[in-house]
Design a protein around this ligand. Sequence first.
Ligand code: SF4
Length: 217
Amino acid sequence: MREPLVIRGEHTNQEIDDIVQGILSAVGFDESILAKYPHMFSGGQKQRIVLARALVLRPEVLICDEPVSALDVSVQAQILNLLVDLQKKFNLTYLFISHDLHVVKWVSHQVYVMYLGQIVEHATKATLFANPAHPYSDLLLESTPHLGQAPPNILRSDDIHSLLKGGSHCAFSERCSSRTERCLAEAPSLEAFATKHEVRCFNPRRPSLVGEKVGLL
Ligand code: SF4
């Protein structure tokens, strides 16, 4: 945690100690952890240390790639709450990458849905979860597991096949229920659909009155 500050060369040793102490305190530790080795920490503690290490140079943007996917659910909640607190405290922007829609809903303000390497929809969290416009986003939200129900298998081998085929067509066309002739002859681009809402689709779904696809945590 000290090393980036030492390399930057802008602080005295005492100032570096104070900065490290402040960041450790922000993620819920006291200085006693500085005498411990990595194997002495739990997975959640290690994740908090990684966060502290990332924050020590006071970045404006943090890229968090599946930051809680390896943790137990109860520890996930602690880390997510900590992330939300740190965002407010340090005025951070997160680029948060996740396959877990509940997690996305908890931490996000703007959501980008990706399919086979392309952004297919961008919307505010409220819009995306209430009224997904791209057929894939719709299917993704439908796939959210519920107690007692097996989620549908949403990625078929056809999808990979359609990508490998290349050519000018929508990458989602082989499994899209809204497909038209145009979808097979032309690749859609990401275009404005409504205010703060972009969709890569020739036949985006119109807002419904059905409400949220994924309930609150
Ligand atoms: S462009 Fe056509 S095939 Fe692709 S998602 Fe939209 S409706 Fe479906």
